[in-house]
Design a protein around this ligand. Structure first.
Ligand code: GUN
Ligand code: ZN
Length: 429
């Protein structure tokens, strides 16, 4: 067993429904085989466990590992494309890079960079939008397994309106997806997610094949894009005879508790109602929505309809792996909505980037640092006299400390990351 000593911040009670930030100063967590067995004041736990090894994290702040609910593995080398809305950005910027994933060696080196980038940003679990190629997906799951991340991902499928080298057929999509799931679903920390790119690039026959894969792979997850951009939404309505966007998935049984839809910047109330009653999640991707000019996410309307919301970095339209930056941009977005915005506190931002994501992905064993949870955590400790260190020193209370972390923190401040109590990356500790 190990005693982790430090200051711990987490959100076991949802701040959107009355919960508050939990702060444990000079506290300890007793971790055995990856599970938190006890927590309390350090001196008390030390007296009760005098012989256990102590990992001293004082001088920093320990947060739960981040849970990124929408991030594209094949797009990390395409971050930073400026000046384009969604469809043009896909054609000119993202999809040419995604086509390079046909080469498994290239895909393997990207997969390596990808999983390292996630871990370095403090992300311990992710729903990863995959590649259009089976071999590339094998490299992703292999890389995630080497690092030890909790990854849920799957083959991206499309059968129209994208460049031809990214297209498949319903039969082939079904066969390849089930084969990949057989290799990786519930193997180690990996799980499979059925992943049509978006209904714009998928015929009804392909979406029906996606439903068949969901039936063939017990407890598989489902992810796609929804209501991101006005031109995209208009094209989807045209292709599907005027249906609303969510119906294009729902008519194939693809909207449920295991479904995670990215963006949903422009939903109708009818769609929000179905998202709420079905238990699906919306991955809010605020830097991407700003970068592509997609719009301002109406989080208040989602909450009013009881829709689960978590955060996604949406690399590569998003601007990096850090959910600190996404949290800050989520805050900005609500400020910009003015009277229509839902003001967010730092506790909301921590919840959105940790416990909300864990709940969205059904990862009940992680998301906060309560007794009984697994120790997925990150140590934040800014460099001496950096703006963040100064900000923390002069903060009035823990909420303000956390606000400064979201405002000024970057992956450079993440000094160590643990999954199941095992250290992934080491800084000074
Ligand atoms: N819609 C379909 N594909 C994509 C993608 O790669 N990124 C974003 N932001 N939206 C999409
Ligand atoms: Zn996306």
């Amino acid at each position: 067993m190990t005693l982790f000593r430090g200051t711990f911040l987490d959100t076991p009670e949802n701040p959107f429904t009355g919960g508050t930030l939990r702060v444990a100063t000079d506290a300890a967590l007793l971790v055995e085989e990856g599970v938190i067995r006890a927590r309390g004041p350090y001196q008390e736990l030390r007296r009760a466990h005098p012989a256990e090894q102590v990992v001293d994290l004082t001088g920093g702040l320990v947060l739960p590992g981040f849970v990124d609910t929408h991030v594209h593995f094949p797009q990390i080398r395409a971050v930073g494309g400026m000046g384009m809305p969604l469809m043009e950005w896909l054609d000119k910027y993202a999809l040419p890079e995604e086509a390079r994933m046909a080469d498994p060696e290239y895909a393997g080196s990207v997969a390596d960079e990808f999983v390292r980038g996630l871990a370095a940003a403090g992300t311990t679990s992710a729903l990863v939008f995959g590649a259009h190629y089976v071999d590339a997906m094998d490299t992703l799951f292999s890389a995630a397994s080497r690092v030890g991340l909790r990854v849920t991902s799957g083959l991206v499928v499309s059968d129209r309106l994208l460049r031809p080298d990214l297209l498949t057929t319903p039969d082939r999509a079904h066969t390849e997806s089930v084969a990949l799931a057989n290799r990786w679903h519930d193997v180690g920390r990996n799980r499979y997610a059925v992943t049509p790119r978006f209904s714009l690039s998928c015929t009804d026959e392909l979406l029906a094949a996606c439903h068949d894969v969901m039936n063939d792979v017990p407890d598989a997850w489902f992810t796609s894009h929804l209501n991101e951009n006005d031109a995209e939404i208009a094209t989807v309505a045209e292709l599907f005879g005027g249906s609303d966007y969510l119906s294009t998935y729902d008519k194939h049984g693809l909207v449920g508790r295991h479904s995670v839809f990215a963006h949903n910047v422009h939903p109708t109330d009818v769609e929000l109602k179905l998202l709420g009653t079905s238990g699906a999640t919306v991955a809010h991707c605020p830097t991407s929505n700003a970068a592509l000019g997609s719009g301002l996410f109406p989080i208040g309307r989602h909450l009013d309809h009881g829709v689960r919301v978590a955060l996604g970095s949406d690399v590569g339209a998003g601007t990096g792996f850090s959910l600190l930056k996404e949290g800050l941009q989520a805050y900005f977005c609500q400020q910009l909505l003015g009277d229509n915005g839902h003001p967010l506190t730092s506790a909301h931002l921590l919840h959105l980037s940790t416990s909300a994501g864990a709940e969205a992905l059904g990862l009940d064993a992680v998301g906060d640092l309560s007794v009984g949870k697994r120790f997925d955590a990150q140590l934040l400790r800014p460099a001496d006299s950096s703006p963040l260190a100064v900000g923390i020193t002069h903060a009035a209370d823990a909420e303000e400390v956390l606000a400064r972390i979201f405002t000024l923190g970057t992956p450079a401040d993440v000094r160590a990351v643990w999954i199941d109590g095992e250290l992934l990356t080491t800084g000074e500790n």
